[in-house]
Design a protein around this ligand. Structure first.
Ligand SMILES: Cc1ncc(COP(=O)(O)O)c(C=O)c1O
Length: 376
């Protein structure tokens, strides 16, 4: 084959999609409880999103950041309206790029070079982002030049020991871990983290690449913890499939010309995709719906044939079983037409549907799960 063979793939060719539904080239239908890895936020091919993108590309699709694009300002204002303090927006095109820029900016701002991250973290595959990812398998020797230390969630002593050296530019945290398997730190720990970052002049970066844009029942997952990060990284659900990412930078961090930059980031189509996602999230009250479906999910999970621990929040949720779930996930897909997600913890099934998911569709997921779990 002509493709560089790096992905484990299912032999499925998708040809169309609408809302939660996917159709393949053989005419089979699927329900999307994976959202193409938490990317589809407002639903596949949402009419408003499609119309906005079509009319934008008819007008102008791309120009670089050498000119002023008012859509970027509109987007900055719309995201700021979800936040308690003032932030400025820098746009890029993916989650790794967002974290790479966040870490670089923290280093410029503090003139320090160490990073503190957490066990099981995933922050992307670019240089500093992958160095802050707790997985040596995906780090090449070139990534190992970065000075990154990892501590466990809730280990206040280790946190203090590292940050009190005042050598760390940033702490980067997923307030709900995605790839790692939906673990969350305690609220007290996150508050202490915020305080120690302030005391030691360390930049606190909230990685909201997966958990942002209403997926957890709040616009950003750190809002469950009532903290104010210095930098917030975003991507995935922000564009509902259009490649767009960005960082929200607290106004206390000052910009200098040329310090960050990108060719594609913030182009007309990317901004239009993100703005139409914001329109639909608000118009259809999808954040509230994600929060409400979490309760439904928990009630149904409590009645499963086989006991499972519910992890995560809103529609960034999952089930941890006492066994490896690879076969279960495969059977859900091929026997029941249900796409679900995996995690680096093989016992976890991750559920990351578009936020337009309904209770009826959740019922179909649990019917499939219960039928498969009969055999366990
Ligand atoms: C929390 C988190 N950060 C960063 C990334 C990297 O995003 P991307 O694949 O768009 O580079 C991911 C991707 O799964 C993620 O889950």
């Amino acid at each position: 084959m002509a493709l560089f063979d790096v992905y484990n793939q299912y032999p499925i060719e998708l040809v169309s999609a609408k809302g939660m539904q996917l159709k393949d080239s053989k005419g089979s239908d699927y329900l999307d409880f994976y959202g193409g890895h938490a990317v589809i936020s407002i639903g596949h091919t949402h009419q408003h999103y499609v119309n906005q993108l079509k009319s934008q590309i008819d007008a102008i699709g791309f120009y670089s950041n050498v000119i002023h694009n008012p859509l970027q300002e509109e987007l900055a204002e719309r995201i700021n309206a979800k936040l308690e303090e003032n932030y400025e927006l820098f746009l890029c095109s993916s989650g790794a790029e967002a974290n790479e820029n966040a870490l670089k900016l923290a280093s410029f701002h503090t003139e320090r070079s160490k990073i503190l991250a957490f066990s099981n973290a995933f922050h992307g595959r670019t240089s500093a982002a992958v160095a802050a990812t707790h997985n040596t398998r995906i780090q090449a020797p070139i990534n190992k030049v970065h000075q990154v230390d990892f501590i466990d969630f809730n280990d206040v002593e280790a946190l203090k020991k590292h940050l009190e050296t005042k050598a760390y530019a940033a702490v980067i945290i997923e307030c709900i871990q995605g790839v790692g398997g939906l673990d969350q730190p305690d609220t007290d720990f996150v508050k202490t983290l915020r305080d120690i970052c302030t005391e030691t002049g360390t930049v606190l970066i909230a990685d909201e690449v997966q958990s942002g844009f209403s997926r957890t029942g709040r616009f950003f997952s750190f809002q469950h913890y009532n903290i104010i990060p210095d930098i917030i990284s975003m991507a995935k659900g922000m564009g509902n499939g259009f490649p767009v990412g960005g960082i929200m930078i607290h106004e206390s961090i000052k910009a200098e010309k040329g310090m960050l930059g990108t060719t594609f980031g913030g182009n007309y189509l990317a901004c239009t995709a993100a703005l139409s996602v914001m329109d639909v999230l608000e118009k259809e009250d999808l954040e509230q719906k994600a929060a409400a479906l979490e309760s439904v999910f928990r009630a149904k999970a409590a009645m499963l044939q086989v006991p499972a621990v519910v992890k995560g929040r809103g529609l960034m949720i999952g089930l941890e079983f006492g066994f490896n779930t690879a076969e279960l996930r495969r059977n859900l897909l091929f026997q029941h037409g249900l796409f679900v997600g995996s995690a680096s913890n093989p016992n976890v099934v991750r559920i990351l549907p578009p936020l337009c998911c309904t209770e009826r569709e959740l019922n179909q997921l649990f019917e499939g799960l219960n039928q498969e779990l009969k055999h366990e």
